[in-house]
Design a protein around this ligand. Structure first.
Ligand SMILES: [Zn+2]
Length: 71
């Protein structure tokens, strides 16, 4: 597999972390609601779902995927 510099392994517009573009929305891993944010999401941002109220710390994997850890 070649790396073309713009890794696109996702099925929609999620996972923009690696290219350095600001991510301003996220999908709650608990209830799968899409939550917009005012500020770009970065590594170790703390997010709270507007729908179920769960809070998460975000980290990014090597491939730019967002990973959530429940607080
Ligand atoms: Zn939620």
């Amino acid at each position: 597999m070649q790396d073309y510099g713009s890794f696109d392994d996702d099925d929609d517009k999620k996972g923009k972390g690696k290219s350095g573009k600001a991510i301003k929305d996220w999908d709650c891993p608990t209830c799968e609601a899409n939550n917009p944010t005012d500020e770009p999401i970065s590594n170790s941002s703390e997010l709270r779902c507007n729908y179920c109220g769960n809070e998460f710390t975000v980290s990014f994997s090597d491939t730019g995927k967002m990973k959530f850890k429940e607080i």
